[in-house]
Design a protein around this ligand. Structure first.
Ligand code: SF4
Length: 411
């Protein structure tokens, strides 16, 4: 059976390390130029060097996004940038613009080039076009059903297919949207989207300023383009059978907690499927309940089974569902005393039930019996964000394991 690659977002160095340790086979990241996620804390060359070394030392590949639609003024710096990425050891670059592609083929001909979803890869003729020009992977447009992906895969031989399997859905066609640029001046195609598609809208009449007339799409309001999040964790066999090799997780702007949670459970589900399809089938409810511990807006299968209908949108709110709080990151662990050093990310207290999310082992739920501060004083809870505290754990732990707590209103 063909192996599956789990491809995770790396918005910064810490997220890259989390993605690698929690089970990604490859990560994608942006440099300070030529990528699309301007607000993600993109990597300068030193961070990129460190990230690539860390990933490679764990057998994980690194792809660098160069998927901006370049203007003339972007081009003079491009060759140096590409040469630097190659020198740093990136495994591939992700490109959308034919101009950027042609410069890359000339300047770094030995580098693998993946064609970004931004290039709207919706048919086998365009996939073959890129293949003939030397691309080694095509990222499918999100508008494609599995039946069409399968047809493309049958036509393009060993060229790899990558598809988004989890994360936020942009409602406009492959991210081509002027809404944010028009309403806020923030350009979605430069990675600065303010997500106005998820806002709640009213209508005003010119002569009645200040009077907001509701546009009622349904009784709770009108969130005209507020898509649910894509989630394909219970459809892994169908994706693999359609020829998808690289399962891509969206979310370079998401938190370390989100990345750790989603990567870990997708990795488990993929491994189960590859090793024992019956086991995978039997664990679907568990995968869904685990993945719901990261924030989400409700789940949809997007376009994979045909055009999304009204059930693919959220009408009641534009907020995320968050059933768990990320409360701390393990920084160290003493095997003898079983005491872990925790960097607090959200306040937690003695007596609370929390869960240790392990990157290399089974998660464990336990009650916090005691918290001590850095001077060894017993405290009820830590008053400051990022404060270092010490707690005893029921199992072993390693740096980059995380602590989470179920939110009260979910109990
Ligand atoms: S405003 Fe919404 S539809 Fe437009 S680019 Fe941003 S996320 Fe996509």
């Amino acid at each position: 059976m063909k192996k599956i690659e789990l491809l995770a977002p790396a918005g910064d160095l810490e997220k890259l390390k989390i993605a690698v340790l929690y089970g990604a086979d490859a990560v994608y990241l942006g440099g300070t130029s030529f990528g699309l996620r301007a607000k993600a804390k993109n990597f300068d060359f030193e961070q990129m060097r460190e990230g690539i070394e860390f990933a490679h030392s764990h057998g994980v590949k690194v792809y660098v996004t160069c998927n901006v639609y370049a203007h003339n003024y972007d081009l003079p710096e491009l060759p140096q940038y590409l040469l630097k990425i190659k020198e740093l050891g990136a495994d591939a670059i992700l490109v959308a613009d034919p101009g950027v592609f042609s410069v890359a083929r000339r300047v770094v001909p030995e580098m693998d080039i993946h064609i970004s979803t931004q290039a709207n890869n919706t048919n086998y003729a365009s996939a073959l076009f890129w293949k003939e020009l030397g691309a080694t992977r095509i990222v499918m447009a999100r508008e494609l059903p599995l039946t069409e992906i399968k047809q493309i895969s049958e036509k393009i031989g060993d060229t790899e297919i990558e598809s988004f399997v989890h994360g936020a859905m942009c409602i406009s066609y492959s991210g081509r949207c002027l809404l944010s640029n028009y309403l806020t001046g923030r350009d979605a195609n430069k990675g600065e989207c303010a997500h106005p598609c998820r806002w709640k809208y009213n209508v005003t009449e010119v002569n009645r300023q200040g009077e907001y007339m509701p546009v009622v799409e349904e009784e709770n309001g009108t969130y005209i383009f507020n898509s649910k999040d894509l989630c394909m964790i219970d459809h892994i066999p169908e994706l693999a059978e359609a020829g998808v090799y690289s399962f891509k997780l969206e979310g370079r702007m998401k938190t370390v907690y989100y990345v750790g949670t989603v990567v870990k459970i997708y990795k488990e589900a993929i491994n189960d499927y590859l090793n024992d399809p019956a086991l995978y089938e039997s664990k679907k409810d568990y995968y869904l309940s685990e993945i719901s511990k990261a924030s989400y807006r409700g789940f949809t299968t997007g376009f994979y089974y045909g055009k999304p209908d009204e059930n693919a949108q959220v009408y009641t709110t534009s907020s995320y569902i968050r059933s768990y709080d990320f409360i701390g990151m393990v920084k160290g662990f003493d095997l003898q005393s079983r005491v872990a050093e925790i960097e607090q990310r959200n306040k937690f207290s003695v007596g609370e039930e929390v869960e240790l999310l392990r990157h290399n082992g089974k998660n464990v739920t336990f009650k916090v019996e005691e918290i001590t501060d850095i001077d060894g004083n017993s405290i009820d809870s830590a008053p400051h964000a990022q404060q270092r505290v010490f707690i005893k754990l029921p199992s072993e732990a390693e740096p980059f394991d995380m602590l989470r707590r179920r939110k009260e209103d979910e109990n």
